[in-house]
Ligand binder design. Structure first.
Ligand SMILES: Cc1ncc(COP(=O)(O)O)c(C=O)c1O
Length: 402
């Protein structure tokens, strides 16, 4: 039984989040609000850089920078040496994807199995790989709940299958795919498994061992509540033994002689030399704050808030587009006859942040379901029931206007 986040804790979290004072922030799947300590961590570090110099600041705070790897590892049940810090989830994902390609395990005649609601950036990479390297992408169908049908996915695997790449929770709704069941199938078949966990890390407990993924990509600014321009990649020990990055510099490898180099043994081979250390430290601080609250407790509250938001929307007569048996904090709806971008702008005028999920961000899923641009209201643990009421009342009000 999860020890639920209490109302007084919510008050405290909100007091420590300056953005909660002026707006209702329901765009946590876009970028969550940072806490004042995450902001202060970054400002403090920038001031140190200004005072003593950028290289000197990194030297002075080397231990704190090093500990960020442990904090990110803690979010996904990994070990420090399995984490690479990068600029965002897309860079993390592309590093993993092209690494499999470079190692010639993904090339001419090979197939990639993916999910219907996979992210736009990933699909563009599949098409790019098709055009340049002769790979083929196979989309695993959904079960009746809308999640990846694990048995059907298993049936698609053959000796051409080089990679299983699945999005844990898509950008366009609350669906959580059965990542661990897919991991068991991938392990059975001996196929590398890349999990896009961009929308889930920070809003639920994730254990890369239990899931059985070989790579996992994450971003800092969404549910972790870190700064923009941060992300990380988890790489399993098996992949560290087998894979090399498609792009390598003198940080990922040491230049050992004029004509030779040696690749690092750890996941940092997927990094490059230069970092925005202020943002890195902000990410570490945000990860520590999530770990201190407890990811199970965060998930419990996020799921409850999202469920009650869906109920409120349904009761007010709005459609809810979220799929899956297991759902997370992303909630999608639409107002008939009201373009989504106009609703978003009107809500912003009323101090309510949401975002629009365009069909192009998940083209396979949105084509199959004939989805319009969706209003995406994404909750985090610091949101309140009163905020949900105000947001739904504003939607009712907007729907009544012509
Ligand atoms: C499922 C999914 N994957 C990947 C990304 C890309 O993340 P980033 O912008 O950090 O590269 C997003 C962003 O919305 C996403 O929703």
């Amino acid at each position: 039984m999860t020890n639920a986040i209490t109302q007084s804790e919510v008050e405290e979290f909100r007091n420590r989040t300056p953005g909660c004072a002026g707006r209702i922030h329901l765009n946590n799947a876009g970028a969550s609000l940072m806490t004042e300590t995450v902001v202060a961590t970054q400002i403090g570090y920038l001031e140190l850089e200004a005072d003593i110099g950028g290289y000197e600041a990194a030297e002075a705070r080397a231990d704190d920078i090093e500990s960020v790897y442990g904090s990110c590892a803690g979010l996904v049940g990994a070990e420090r040496h399995q984490i690479a810090l990068v600029e965002n989830a897309t860079v993390a994902w592309l590093q993993a994807f092209h690494s499999v390609r470079l190692t010639r395990e993904l090339g001419e005649g090979h197939t990639i199995i993916t999910s219907e609601a996979d992210y736009g950036a990933n699909f563009v990479a599949y098409l790019h790989a098709r055009d340049h390297f002769g790979t083929e992408t196979v989309v695993a169908p959904c079960d009746e709940s809308g999640a990846v049908d694990v048995d059907a996915l298993a049936g698609l695997i053959d000796d051409r299958t080089a990679l299983i790449a699945i999005t844990h929770a898509p950008t366009n709704g609350g669906l959580v795919n059965p990542a661990a069941e897919i991991g068991a199938v991938a392990a059975d078949a001996g196929v590398p498994y890349l999990l896009d966990a961009c929308q889930t890390v920070g809003q639920m407990a994730i254990d890369v061992e239990a899931i059985g993924c070989d790579f996992l990509s994450a971003t800092g600014r969404k549910y972790i509540r870190g700064p923009r321009g941060t992300g990380f990649l988890f790489v399993s020990d098996a992949m560290l033994d087998r894979m090399q990055p498609a792009m390598l510099d003198h940080h990922g490898a040491s230049w050992t002689a004029v004509d030779s180099y040696r690749i690092r043994p750890d996941a940092r081979r997927y990094e490059n030399w230069e970092f925005n250390y202020a943002a890195v430290l902000g990410l570490g601080r945000a990860a520590d704050e999530a770990l201190a609250i407890g990811l199970d407790r965060i998930e419990h509250r996020v799921v409850e808030l999202a469920r009650s938001l869906r109920n409120r929307l349904t009761a007010a007569g709005f459609p809810v587009y979220d799929l899956g048996r297991r759902r997370c904090g992303l909630v999608t709806t639409a107002i008939d006859g009201h373009p989504a971008d106009e609703v978003e702008a009107e809500l912003a005028r009323r101090g309510i942040n949401i975002s629009v999920s365009a069909p192009e961000s998940t083209l396979v899923d949105s084509t199959r379901r004939k989805l319009p641009p969706l209003l995406r209201l994404s909750v985090h643990y610091y949101n309140t029931d009163a905020e949900l009421d105000r947001a739904v009342n504003a939607l009712v009000d907007i729907a009544a206007t012509r």
